[in-house]
Design a protein around this ligand. Structure first.
Ligand code: MG
Length: 389
């Protein structure tokens, strides 16, 4: 006998914690749909996300390095997968809805533009008089408007709970009785995002040689983790040792969040998922870990994300985006038909911004070469960047 949706809903009700978000009590979808025979609502959302075009594009978008600079560095896609693994661990340990946490994690960066945070800041600057640009608001826009999969509505028609997890102001705009936080599942994704990038940006930073272990030894979190991890293995070769410290760090961060969140949840004793939404965040690092993680992040910002070896290529990528934006705003007929038709509804600036935000790193360079030219190709730029690492 197959297990039907109804059986799965009963199993959720039996096994999840009372403060988890059960799929059977979802606030539903903007466009009502028949229930699936076998899949729960948040499972369907996860599948819609994975089958979307914007999800596939994550593979070709910058995490820190221009896409294609090196085959071992993270992309927005591998970052997303790592976030979803961590979020599922947090959700399962805390008795939360793993399907919901996974769906939010897989969608959380769908709105990220090409060139990572640099691309985000560039688009924000270009859009400053037209509503600005932020990647999490854009993630919501992608799944509500820009994905075209269904005959009678735009977007993926995801459940309210997944949308809530993508963009905090969504709660204020669309609901309701004093909600100030999203579900615990969404909070778990938020922490998972932070844990993932702390660990993998350290990994990529060390791998690239732009930061070295000597510098890291000034940071308390790295130093204490390293000492504890390598104490039983004093003679490990460098690469294996580095990896072992990084996986120990990841494990420690995850366990800190689980232990601290469990204590906070026990103390506050929320009885339902809406109780959670009326209180301040419950899934956070412990105060001590938060302090140590912040020190590490501050280091990454100053020494890695803004490393001089990345400056030239970053500048060129910004030029590509800015010049394309200017051209397309003046000549919107050059937009693809999907975005050209949006000019009437959203205005030429927003339609252009949506179009550019959807492009991958490579597509920006290709479009620039096609319409403007005069800058090195993406292949030349990748080689140039690799040579500096
Ligand atoms: Mg992220």
């Amino acid at each position: 006998m197959p297990r039907r949706r109804f059986d799965l809903e009963r199993s959720e009700a039996r096994h999840l914690a009372p403060y988890a978000q059960n799929s059977s009590v979802t606030r539903g979808r903007a466009h009502p749909e028949d229930q699936h025979r076998f899949r729960l609502d948040f499972q369907r959302d996860r599948d819609r996300i994975v089958h979307s075009r914007s999800f596939r594009r994550l593979e070709y978008k910058t995490q820190v390095f221009l896409n294609g600079t090196g085959d071992h560095y993270r992309t927005r896609m591998t970052h997303t997968i790592e976030v979803s693994c961590i979020a599922r661990t947090l959700a399962r340990s805390l008795g939360l809805n793993e399907d919901l946490a996974e769906a939010i994690a897989l969608a959380h960066d769908l709105g990220h533009p090409p060139f990572g945070h640099l691309g985000e800041d560039t688009l924000h600057k270009l859009m400053v008089d037209h509503g600005g640009f932020r990647h999490n608001a854009q993630s919501l826009r992608v799944v509500e408007e820009l994905e075209l999969k269904y005959p009678i509505f735009n977007g993926l028609n995801l459940t309210w709970e997944v949308l809530e997890g993508l963009h905090k102001p969504y709660i204020a705009n669309k609901l309701v009785d004093g909600f100030i936080q999203p579900s615990l599942e969404a909070q778990a994704v938020d922490l998972s995002d932070q844990i993932a990038y702390i660990c993998h940006d350290l990994d990529d930073g060390l791998e690239s040689g732009l930061i070295d272990e000597q510098e890291l030894s000034n940071l308390e979190l790295w130093r204490t983790t390293r000492e504890a991890a390598l104490a039983p293995y004093p003679h490990l070769e460098a690469e294996r040792g580095r990896y072992f410290v990084l996986r120990t760090l990841l494990g420690n961060l995850v366990e800190d969040v689980i232990d601290h969140a469990s204590a906070v949840i026990k103390e506050r004793n929320p009885q339902t998922s809406d109780d959670v939404r009326r209180q301040s965040a419950m899934i956070t690092f412990s105060p001590d870990m938060a302090r140590r993680a912040k020190e590490l992040l501050t280091f990454l910002y100053s020494r890695f994300y803004h490393h001089p070896a990345l400056t030239k290529v970053r500048r060129r990528s910004v030029d590509c985006l800015e010049q394309l934006f200017e051209l397309l705003v003046g000549h919107p007929h050059l937009l693809t038909p999907q975005f050209f038709t949006r000019v009437k509804k959203d205005g030429v600036h927003r339609a252009t911004c949506d179009y550019l935000a959807c492009l991958t790193d490579r597509q920006v360079y290709i479009q620039h070469q096609k319409f403007i030219g005069g800058l090195p190709s993406i292949e030349a730029t990748r080689l140039e960047q690799s040579a500096l690492l």
